[in-house]
Design a protein around this ligand. Structure first.
Ligand code: AMP
Ligand code: GLY
Length: 421
């Protein structure tokens, strides 16, 4: 088969790496890709937003299957565009991707079908939002309705912070259109967990669970990022809680989407909080997580192409998906200044040495310059260690992190520490 992956981050490098292991894949393309992806796939310089160029390329190159990585093109209907051009694409169509594209759609869906989530109210005008807010207590959570590159959520610990977040979203429009409507919701306390699942209408095949670390600094301090590190499995979380999350949240949500006439086909990603009243939904994403993918796919034993084809043909229920029982830890190496502005073009050394030690090095923001890898983004690399348990995987990940250098490299030193306690 000839497969085209859409995207350019660490998630897409991992998807390419996983697809590449399949003997069904004869040729692999990635648009636009990055310097790491270019080592295993042919990169095509077309942006993820250029649907006409992408579909034209897919037809000219006789692509048999497209795998879409990121959220923005899904929300804008990239799967519909490929389907209209007669090219099979794995991912939700525009209607189904709204589960991530609109927080209000997602919250109303969960309320209608009685699926556990934080209590909330939605607002379209600043005055009523502000009046409602003044009657609440802190901590409280303010969310822009639309996609805001992962920055549309404020967990406010003081009323002042909450008011600022509201003003920025609704009056200053710092998230543009995404802030035209907002959600004010109850603060949930507990451990977070990500469960991704392959979904084909009502059929749900969960992946192994993972935990992300969103804030930039150790101890979950500082501003939120796209994700600074992940690990799987979660030895400190009971299997019963994981099973409960799948049974009470993910499966009912897939069914609800079918009932709403928006059957979901692709990867559904539930961001969950394990509260004292059980697991509750924080968010749904309509795609794989980044950097969750970097630890989850290395544990996949079944051929990823078989899974995608089964989902595309409505046969996901017939497939037994197998996972290894080892552990994986991903530490993100980021540019100095991230998640604010950061320099580019700094030479990266030690990748081959880290790989020789057995680490997986997935490129997120890299480019090739004069024969060397250089930094080209905020999150630069996802460095993955694997082992029999979290302690071993974590030690190997950090060993590899210490071998890889670039000026201004920053990484958290406490990824997966929670799982050791
Ligand atoms: P999101 O962009 O929706 O993933 O939210 C970013 C982060 O904000 C989440 O990973 C949580 O840590 C936090 N968060 C979002 N909603 C809530 C909530 N209702 N209660 C507590 N924390 C939340
Ligand atoms: N790591 C969180 C996300 O992909 O949304």
């Amino acid at each position: 088969m000839r497969i085209l992956v859409i995207g350019s981050g660490g998630r897409e490098h991992t998807i390419c790496w996983s697809l590449k292991k399949s003997d069904k894949v004869k040729e692999l393309f990635c648009a636009p890709g990055n310097a790491g992806i270019a080592q295993i796939a042919e990169c095509v310089p077309i942006a993820v937003s250029q649907f006409d160029e992408l579909t034209r390329f897919a037809k000219e190159a006789s692509i048999d299957l497209v795998f879409v990585g990121p959220d923005d093109p899904l929300a804008d209907g990239i799967v519909d565009a490929f389907e209209a051009a007669g090219v099979p694409a794995f991912g939700p169509n525009k209607l189904a991707a709204e589960i991530e594209g609109s927080k209000i759609f997602m919250k109303n869906l969960l309320k209608k079908y009685d699926i556990p989530t934080a209590k909330y109210e939605t607002f379209t005008d600043y005055e009523s939002a502000s009046a409602y807010l003044s009657e609440q207590s802190t901590p409280i959570v303010i969310k822009a309705d639309g996609l805001a590159a992962g920055k549309g959520v404020t967990v406010a610990y003081s009323m002042e912070e909450a008011e600022t977040a509201l003003r920025e979203a609704m009056i200053d429009k710092v998230f543009g259109e995404a802030g035209n409507q907002i959600v004010i919701e109850e603060f949930l306390e507990g451990q977070e967990m990500s469960i991704l699942a392959f979904v084909d209408g009502e059929t749900v095949k969960p992946m192994v669970p993972a935990q992300d670390h969103k804030p930039i600094f150790d101890g979950d301090k500082g501003p939120n990022t796209g994700g600074m590190g992940t690990y799987t499995p979660l030895p400190h979380i009971d299997q019963a809680i994981i099973d409960e999350s799948i049974a009470n949240i993910i499966i009912p949500t897939a069914k609800a989407m079918v009932s709403e006439g928006r059957p979901f086909r692709g990867v559904l990603f539930a961001g969950l909080m394990i509260t004292k009243d059980g697991p509750k939904t924080i968010e749904f994403n309509a795609r794989m997580g980044d950097p969750e993918t970097q630890v989850v796919l290395p544990r996949l034993k079944t051929d990823l192409v078989d899974i995608v084809l089964a989902a595309m043909n409505g046969r996901l229920g017939e497939l037994d998906i197998e996972w290894s029982d080892d552990a994986a830890v991903c530490v993100v190496a980021a540019s100095e200044g991230y998640p604010g502005s950061y320099p580019k073009g700094r030479v990266i050394t030690g990748i081959a040495d880290a790989e020789a030690q057995g680490a997986l090095v997935f490129h997120a923001g890299t480019a090739m310059k004069d024969g060397a890898f250089v930094t080209n983004g905020g999150r630069v690399l996802g460095i993955v260690g694997r082992g029999r348990d979290i302690a071993e995987a974590r030690a190997r990940a950090y060993e590899a992190v210490s071998v890889i250098q670039f000026e201004g490299k920053q990484n958290r030193s406490d990824i997966a520490a929670k799982a050791l306690r």
